[in-house]
Design a protein around this ligand. Sequence first.
Ligand code: NDP
Ligand code: HSE
Length: 438
Amino acid sequence: MKPVQIGVLGLGTVGGGTVNVLKRNAQEIARRAGREIEVTHAAARDLNKKRICDTDGIQITVDPFDIVSNPYVDIIVELIGGDTLALELVMQAIENGKHVVTANKALIAKHGNEIFAAAQAKGVVVAFEAAVAGGIPIIKAIREGLAGNQIQWLAGIINGTGNFILTEMRDKGRDFDDVLKEAQQLGYAESDPTFDVEGIDAAHKLTILASIAFGIPLQFESAYTEGITNITQEDVLFAEELGYRIKHLGVSRKTDKGIELRVHPTLIPEKRLLANVDGVMNAVLVQGDAVGPTLYYGAGAGAEPTASAVVADLVDVVRALTSDPENRVPHLAFQAGTLSDTPILSIDDVHTAYYLRMMASDKPGVLAEVTKILGEHDISIEAIIQKEPANEQNDACVIMLTHRVLEKNMNAAIKSIEALDSIHDRVTRIRMEMLNAN
Ligand code: NDP
Ligand code: HSE
């Protein structure tokens, strides 16, 4: 049988890795897919740039639309990134009846509903395993492996760059900007790295995970997003002293009132496996009603780990070429037309525990004032530690861990605490999750 012809749009980190894996493992891949898979066309901006892959036998153009409309190209692999040009290219590819594989989480999180509807109408597949957690087959695991479960919640470290920065800061005391530069050199970071450090990339990925876990449309605009730029060395150290690690987590939970969809720094008990996921590694913990907790771990970014997911999608698409469109795995796990309208909860309506740190005058009665305010807002304290006077004003640094509370109540309590004369500066708050089965 004639090889399946692939057009790769973008020959950077992931595009280059994909070409390398397809060439190196060509025989094994053909045995799995049932046909040879050959990259015949590729697009890039700079035809003279040195590539990480061997481009022999590949026709390279600066115009990706040439490839999308080339009748000899069977499958388009979109690895340019962003959600403007990429959206046009993917929609055009679908319109031309081509299957698409993409690693582009921004594109799927923001425009997936429209893309999947167009793909469904044309009977083509848009596959996006590489869009979440790099090389970890988490989309396949949730969409197919856990199809018998009601998913209750999921929580994951889903940005490799952010986890790499936090790990290097904690283990080696390195400077934030210096580690970010290294992540960029290693090809982990997004072309705009604020997407990584401000949590936007993780929110894109969490939006996708929540959609396939709970059978809801993609709703990126409703995700609560907080990055890692405000985490300080002292919070990292205090958290460790209390038996916790600070990780940047995406959390989505189905509650009676709606679905939580939130990305923020989180204290988690150090004994949890997730607390020990370091460097560029990602991990996603998924709780299903039948299976219980399941954990998926692997490289979250980088050329070949991401290529591993892109190529797995290509193999799936090649296998699907001969299948009837009605009998394929649905894009968002649930059959189109059966997605639910369960609302996404505002962050104000989320229940979680908290780590609080505040600078307080070191004199009698101050702690009593703070605990009184917490009590008035229904917030119960799990632990308190006080550090020696920590600044020139002889302030003490007070750290508290609370039990679970409604975020709205915590906001009100923090506002009252910050208004006390005896409390100086803002109160630092970091959410805390136990990640136990319930
Ligand atoms: P890169 O910046 O390394 O590569 C982008 C590629 O697109 C480059 O080859 C660039 O060409 C090409 N390109 C950009 N604009 C155009 C254009 N107008 N016409 C033709 N080609 C163009 O990005 P990555 O490989 O890192 O990321 C690609 C996608 O994969 C993104 O959506 C990203 O979010 C996603 N992703 C990345 C991961 C990673 O670890 N890096 C992991 C998982 C997903 P040129 O080289 O000539 O500049
Ligand atoms: N910039 C992303 C990260 C790439 O660091 O996780 C993988 O999606």
